[in-house]
Design a protein around this ligand. Structure first.
Ligand SMILES: *Cc1c(COP(=O)(O)O)cnc(C)c1O
Length: 376
């Protein structure tokens, strides 16, 4: 139940990838038949991804993952439009966006980090008030990876469009779970990652709307129409495209199934004393649950659940790597202690109703064991 961290690779994706390691291993830049086969697979994959996003194949650029797509979108746009040195983002972005903005700030760019309300939503009026004639880019995630809140990207895109400012969205968590048509969302740039959608790790996509002024960040042999140099990861790209194709075919049914499991989980878990749900009650990803338990340390909870066969995650300080509790949970108003006592359960394709029942069986006793310990 930690599918927001990563997913297994769908066996159909593995099957689609395999021939591109051994049989069709050519370099897509080569003129001979080996190269042409690889090139064909690359362009076929580009069409599949474009179709899923409602974009044209010329607007699809393959990268090494969500992190690189976010870096390319933000740095690429800011480097290319030097007269505009102001970026607007939110304080609950993924680190791939936040640290990129921090880096640009250190280099002299101005960054506005918008706050969010207690459900994790960005305010449209605050966003509009933050726009200046110097704003070059707004980057707001489509759905949050910790609390699952879905941001009003379409409405944000309407505002940025009226002001002639580019809008980038990190759709790594939302793609394949809710619709992500780039025209419906009013976005100019959009990031996705293979390994969050049952595809391989180390491959991603950046959608760049035709006409957007952007510079490459990685230079070299001019691959991806000069936007992202480096010999293309053909097996990875073929796998990502297969994962995209499957996600589009199965999204509606699978998301409905996940919503039912999610809601059963939420209802059951909230029966535990002194617990609550973090994130938005309705504008939330079909697979995301995020709870806090008073007087429980998240790290201990994760380890005990792991011992009982449940993989989950927490926003506690120990697990964050930075020594601080989750910036997302503290941004929606939780105290460091409450953020430390959080539990994220993110459902996926392999989870069944029996899994949900099992968690509802073991979680209450685990929480109460930990509370007894902490009382001592
Ligand atoms: C996982 C994730 C990323 C990073 O993607 P990688 O492919 O792991 O680099 C970026 N943004 C969000 C919201 C994510 O969940």
């Amino acid at each position: 139940m930690d599918h927001a961290a990563t997913t297994y690779v769908d066996p159909r994706v593995v099957q689609a990838m395999l021939p591109y390691f051994t049989e069709y291993f050519g370099n897509a830049s080569s003129l001979h038949s080996f190269g042409r086969e690889a090139k064909e697979a690359l362009e076929n994959s580009r069409e599949i991804v474009a179709k899923a996003l409602g974009a044209s194949p010329d607007e699809i650029f393959f990268t090494s993952g969500g992190t690189e797509s976010d870096n390319l979108a933000i740095k690429g746009v800011m480097y290319a439009n030097r007269s505009k040195n102001h970026i607007i983002t939110s304080i609950i972005e993924h680190h791939a966006v936040l640290e990129t903005c921090n880096n640009l700030q250190e280099m002299g760019f101005n960054v506005t980090y918008l706050p969010v309300d207690r459900h994790g939503l960005v305010s449209l009026s605050q966003l509009e008030d933050s726009l200046t004639e110097k704003t070059g880019l707004v980057t707001i995630m489509h759905a949050n990876n910790e609390i699952g809140t879905i941001e009003p990207i379409k409405e944000i895109g309407k505002i940025t469009g009226e002001h002639g400012v580019y809008l980038h969205t990190d759709a790594v968590q939302s793609f394949g779970k809710i619709p992500t048509n780039v025209d419906d969302l009013n976005v100019d740039l959009l990031s996705i990652s293979g390994h969050k959608i049952y595809g391989p790790k180390g491959v991603g996509v950046l959608y760049i709307r035709e006409g957007v002024k952007i510079e490459p960040v990685q230079h070299g042999g001019g691959h991806e129409r000069g936007m992202r140099s480096g010999t293309e990861n053909v097996p990875g790209i073929v796998g990502l495209a297969k994962a995209v194709e499957i996600s589009q075919a199965e999204m509606k049914k699978e998301s409905e199934r996940l919503v039912n499991l999610r809601d059963k989980l939420i209802e059951g878990v909230l029966e535990i004393d002194d617990s609550w749900l973090n994130g938005h009650p309705s504008r939330r990803l079909p697979n995301n649950c995020n709870f806090s338990f008073e007087r429980v340390e998240g790290e201990s909870l994760i380890l005990r659940l792991d011992a009982k066969g449940v993989a989950a995650s927490t926003g506690s300080a120990c697990s964050s790597g930075s020594g601080a509790p989750s910036h997302v949970l503290t941004s929606i108003g939780l105290t460091p202690e409450q953020a430390n006592g959080s539990l994220r359960l993110t459902l996926g394709k392999c989870n069944t109703e029996e899994d949900v029942d099992y968690v509802l069986e073991v979680l209450p006793e685990t929480v109460s064991e930990l509370r007894k310990l902490s009382a001592v």
